[in-house]
Design a protein around this ligand. Structure first.
Ligand code: SP5
Ligand code: ZN
Length: 340
């Protein structure tokens, strides 16, 4: 299988994140990339290529002012080196009716919805590299050159909305791929990260030609908390083209299988021409933040089930934070996708 990767990913490395009232090392770290790449190389049968930066593909799904903000804030972080920390964090978020954003501090809150998504000197370039890799994969699948292409992307993307970063995500890589494929036919986005793909839902919420389906831990108890409930079904022309399948915490393959079957059935009934599969290995039993109980070999079953749709697919890496399980999970998944 062809793998498109982002050689600039390590330019983004958050110095930490908030957990239980303290600052701990950020789970979304550059080592994730090497863990996956190393496992794919050791497993064999994968070819790797980098993608050229492509700003147009980002502009197709994100607000131009947001893209300009991320570029400018990354450049400013490079200049400022504030107190040696060298990263910008939102401190205040918009409140009340008609919020006005004037100046750097307001913009940091206006273009971000949480405290997991700082801006560093290399953030813009790294995020652009990830989105460009997803676009390149979509080009290959759109051309029929490849049936399935895997995008080894970080930072991840599925939490990034039209004009806000959040959840370690800046540009929505899966949405970039889906937007390109939607020029040729209907697209289904299937998101199997343990967290709700709120950004992808947001970007396509009112569109009838892109179905978004997300299976994830119940947001009543898991990030992103404010979305991912079953009653979010789309709006306007997109009514009925969004589906959320929230799961109780701690479920194992026996609990996950029916939810996955339900999601796959919705994708099949939509009769898409293409699939974008946002894959998170943070459903693994050993993940430090996911809370589900899926063993490594279940990812092979998951991949084979997705392959059963028979759709040309772009597979985009989202979360997964146990470096000891991440590579084996990705290998099992992709072997499952390739099975017949
Ligand atoms: C792409 C992706 O998977 N983003 C996830 C963002 C989750 N951010 C919240 C992390 C909270 C970590 N604290 C959990 C403590 C459990 N011991
Ligand atoms: Zn996740």
């Amino acid at each position: 299988m062809r793998v498109i990767l982002n050689s600039r990913h390590a330019d983004h490395a958050a110095p930490g994140e908030f957990e239980a009232g303290a600052v701990v090392p950020c789970h979304e770290a550059p080592g994730r990339f090497g863990a996956i790449r190393g496992a794919l190389e050791a497993a064999g049968g994968f070819t790797f290529e980098n993608a050229a930066p492509n700003e147009e593909c980002v502009a197709a799904v994100h607000h131009p002012a947001y893209v300009a903000y991320l570029r400018g804030a990354s450049a400013e972080a490079k200049r400022a080196n504030g107190g040696g920390l060298n990263s910008f964090w939102p401190t205040v978020f918009p409140f009340g009716p008609n919020p006005r954003a004037r100046g750097a501090h307001a913009l940091r809150g206006a273009y971000c919805f949480d405290v997991y998504t700082p801006i560093l000197p290399g953030t813009f370039g790294a995020a652009l590299g990830g989105a460009s890799a997803a676009f390149r994969a979509a080009e290959l699948v759109a051309a029929g050159t490849e049936k399935s292409v895997y995008v080894l992307s970080r930072p991840p993307g599925h939490h990034a909305e039209h004009d806000r970063c959040g959840g370690y995500c800046y540009f929505n890589n899966a949405a970039v791929a889906a937007q390109h494929l939607s020029r040729l036919g209907k697209v289904a986005v299937l998101d199997l990260d343990v967290h709700h793909g709120n950004g992808t839902q947001h970007i396509f919420y009112d569109r009838a030609d892109v179905l978004t389906v997300s299976v994830h831990g119940d947001p009543a108890g898991l990030y992103p908390f404010f979305s991912g409930f079953a009653d979010e079904t789309g709006a306007g022309p997109g009514l009925g083209a969004n589906m959320n399948v929230p799961l109780p915490p701690g479920i194992d393959p026996n609990g996950y299988r029916p939810a996955l079957a339900h999601a796959l059935d919705a994708v099949a009934r939509f009769r898409p021409a293409f699939l974008v599969f946002a894959f998170g290995a943070d459903t693994h039993e050993s993940d430090p933040i996911g809370g589900l109980k899926l063993p490594t070999d279940f990812f092979g079953e998951m991949g084979a089930a997705v392959r059963g749709l028979g759709l040309p697919a772009v597979i985009v890496q989202e979360g997964g934070y146990n470096l000891g399980a991440l590579g084996a999970s990705a290998v099992a998944l992709l072997r499952g996708v390739e099975s017949r």
